[in-house]
Design a protein around this ligand. Structure first.
Ligand SMILES: *Cc1c(COP(=O)(O)O)cnc(C)c1O
Length: 355
C-alpha cells in the first residue's frame, strides 16, 4: 500500500470541501511554480487573475485574494461598516453560525442583526423590519445586508429576488454584500452571467469561493462599488490575510476562469444533486426537504435510519435544522452516489422490519 492509499477515504458527501484540487487549478499552480516572481501580489499571476475576474464580470471591479471564506466575509463586511453599525443577515447564515464572531471582531464591533427565516433566505420584508425596528441612538445603526448565494440551505436567490432585496437596501441606505462560497453553483443553477447575479442586481461586494469550487484554498473579494475597497489591502495585511507568495493564491483562479472549470465544476456538482434527489424518490421514510437548487440535498429521515446509514460508514451533517445534508462537489463520482442510494434503500427496509 502506498502512502496516498493509506491516507485517503472513499468519497463522502458530508461537505463539498472534502474534495481535492481540480486539474485546472492544479496545473495553474504548477505553471506558477517556475522561478522567481515579485511577492505580495505584485506579480504577473495576480494581475492576470484580477483581469480574468474583470473580464468574467464585465466590469472594472477591484479584486483581492484571501485564504478563506471567513476572512473574506469578515473583512468585506468590516469595509462597509463603522464599529457602531449593524449588518442584517439570516439566522442560518455562515457569518452568524460558523465564523466564531469574526465579522464582529474584524469590524471592531459591528453587530449582526439576525433575521429569522424558515428557508435560509432573506426577503425585502425582513430587511425592512430590521432596518426600521429602531432609529434611536441606543441601537446599532443598520448599514449593510449580507446574503448567501447559493444559501447554506441549498437554495438560490432568483434575479427577481435579488433585485427586490437590493431595491430595499437602497431605500434604507444599506450596502449589499454577497457571501458566494458557492457562487459558481448559484450561477450554474440560474444559468445567468456572474454580472447579472451580482452588480447588475445591485450587489456591492462579492466573496467568490474558490475552495469549494475545486481549488486548494482561496477566495476572491470583488468590490463592484470601488470606493468601498479603500484601504482593503491594509485590512488584509493586518488580519494576516496578505499572502507573501500571492501567486499561489491567484494562479489557480487563472486556470479556473480561463478554462471555464469554475462553471463546469459547479454544473457537475449541481447535476449530481439532481441525480441523487431523483434516485432516492420513493424510498420509504426518506423525504427530500425543500427544493434542490444547487449542490446540496437535505433529507428528512428517522433518527434510527440515519444512525444505521452512519454505521455503514457514511458521513454527513445534521446541523442545519436536523435534516441530513448531502453535498456534491466537482469530482463527485456517480457510482459512489449509487452506492449511497442503495445503502439508504437497504437501511430503510431494515429499519422498517425492526419497527
Ligand atoms: C464554506 C463557507 C464559507 C467559508 O468558510 P471558511 O471555512 O472560512 O473558508 C463561507 N460561507 C459559506 C456559506 C460557506 O459554506
Amino acid at each position: 500500500m502506498n502512502q496516498s492509499e493509506s491516507m485517503e477515504m472513499s468519497q463522502q458527501f458530508a461537505s463539498d470541501n472534502y474534495s481535492g484540487i481540480c486539474p485546472e487549478a492544479w496545473h495553474s499552480m504548477e505553471a506558477a511554480n517556475q522561478g522567481h516572481v515579485t511577492s505580495y501580489g505584485d506579480d504577473p499571476w495576480t494581475t492576470k487573475a484580477s483581469d480574468a475576474f474583470r473580464e468574467l464580470f464585465e466590469t472594472e471591479c477591484e479584486v483581492y485574494f484571501v485564504f478563506n471564506g471567513t476572512a473574506a466575509n469578515s473583512l468585506a463586511l468590516a469595509s462597509l461598516c463603522q464599529s457602531y453599525h449593524g449588518v442584517i443577515c439570516c439566522d442560518q447564515s455562515h457569518v452568524e453560525t460558523d465564523e466564531c464572531g469574526a465579522p464582529e471582531f474584524f469590524s471592531n464591533g459591528s453587530k449582526l442583526l439576525v433575521a429569522q427565516s424558515s428557508d435560509g433566505k432573506l426577503s425585502p420584508q425582513v430587511i425592512h423590519e430590521l432596518a426600521t425596528k429602531r432609529n434611536d441612538i441606543h441601537y446599532p445603526k443598520p448599514r449593510a445586508v449580507t446574503l448567501t448565494q447559493a444559501t447554506e440551505t441549498g437554495r438560490v436567490y432568483s434575479l427577481t429576488e435579488l433585485g427586490a432585496i437590493s431595491a430595499e437596501c437602497k431605500k434604507h441606505g444599506l450596502s449589499l454584500h454577497m457571501d458566494g462560497a458557492r457562487f459558481a453553483n448559484a450561477c450554474a443553477s440560474l444559468q445567468c452571467t456572474p454580472a447579472e447575479v451580482t452588480w447588475k442586481s445591485g450587489v456591492d461586494v462579492l466573496c467568490f469561493g474558490g475552495t469549494k469550487n475545486g481549488m486548494a484554498v482561496g477566495e476572491a473579494v470583488l468590490f463592484f462599488d470601488r470606493k468601498l475597497a479603500a484601504d482593503f489591502d491594509y485590512r488584509c495585511k493586518q488580519a494576516g490575510q496578505l499572502a507573501s507568495k500571492m501567486r499561489f493564491l491567484s494562479a489557480p483562479w487563472v486556470g479556473m476562469l480561463e478554462s471555464g472549470a469554475w462553471i463546469r465544476n459547479a454544473l457537475h456538482a449541481n447535476s449530481c444533486a439532481q441525480y441523487f434527489a431523483g434516485k432516492i424518490a420513493g424510498i420509504p421514510e426518506v423525504r427530500v426537504a425543500g427544493p434542490v437548487e444547487a449542490n446540496a440535498v437535505f433529507l428528512d429521515a428517522p433518527e434510527a435510519l440515519l444512525n444505521r446509514i452512519r454505521e455503514r460508514g457514511w458521513k454527513f451533517y445534521t446541523f442545519i435544522g436536523g435534516a441530513a445534508r448531502i453535498m456534491f462537489s466537482w469530482d463527485t463520482d456517480l457510482a459512489r452516489v449509487d452506492a449511497f442510494c442503495n445503502d439508504l434503500r437497504e437501511c430503510s427496509v431494515e429499519v422498517q422490519k425492526n419497527s
